[in-house]
Design a protein around this ligand. Sequence first.
Ligand SMILES: Nc1nc2c(ncn2[C@@H]2O[C@H](COP(=O)(O)OP(=O)(O)OP(=O)(O)O)[C@@H](O)[C@H]2O)c(=O)[nH]1
Length: 303
Amino acid sequence: MTLNRSDRFKSLEKRRGSMPFTMHQQLHRRSMPVDDKELHGKTPASQLSSLVRCPSYNPSDEHRESWASDSSDSVISSGSDSEDHVYKVILLGEHGVGKSSLARIFGGVEDLHDVEEAGNTYDRSIVVDGEEACLLVFDIWEQDDNHWLHNQCMKMGDAYVIVYSVTDKTSFEKASELRIQLRRARQSEDIPIILVGNKSDLVRSREVSVEEGRACAVVFDCKFIETSASLHHNVKDLFEGIVRQVRLRKDSKEDNARRMASSKRRESIGKKAKRFLGKIVAKNNKKMAFKQKSKSCHDLSVL
Ligand SMILES: Nc1nc2c(ncn2[C@@H]2O[C@H](COP(=O)(O)OP(=O)(O)OP(=O)(O)O)[C@@H](O)[C@H]2O)c(=O)[nH]1
């Protein structure tokens, strides 16, 4: 019997009891190969090996940007014991915009076209700015009038990713609607929301420009990034950005300042130069408040 997303969600919730989706290894697909060293001695690999499915990223695929191999900042581990830093991330967006593809890249699933895996949750520990955080990514959103599921999704997230396809104007308009729905559902809360223009690789069939995406993010007061799940472009930046956005809201100023300082120390010369030039440009544009704001909506490491 094939379960739809809502059925899976309900059955998971049932198995877990009243607290939906706390950290519980058996119920989640895990991501990267388990390695004793990566686990920092927290959980013996032998205990995890029976629970973990380990699809591996293929670094020989030259067309793709690597999530795992190109960053010292993104050491991937699995099986964090701590629930302190578990952030629930909900993917929202129209049909076919690439939600599952992005989630599967995060989850380390190799075959992005494997429809059997549709509608899933993925958890993974990543080290961002020198500290570990665990993201629980929910790819369970449905377009139908499933009010129960919609309500759950709107209530439970620590962060939201609203995805549209840059090749589909309607999905872009739908993204705005979702943002409004979210605002209504979580009125008094300051939750990180990232607007994602996916399929940026499909240059010729683009219907939504980068500027439109950015302007929308400014109007709706959220962050913005364009990705290509097919090329794995910016996917790592997206998920690391989510961690940073949650931390900026949940953790103390001191903690965030310390992380910022340590990440700056690790920055490459190229990145430092880029940041320096960015500051000069920002100074010159000081009078143009909109430009400045639209610039910061691109930067997932600041509020
Ligand atoms: N060219 C290109 N195709 C993509 C990209 N991301 C996803 N696709 C393709 O778009 C189609 C839909 O992707 P999904 O990840 O299933 O989209 P979804 O938002 O989960 O769709 P639903 O499950 O219907 O809600 C698939 O054929 C993907 O291979 C991308 O970045 N570039």
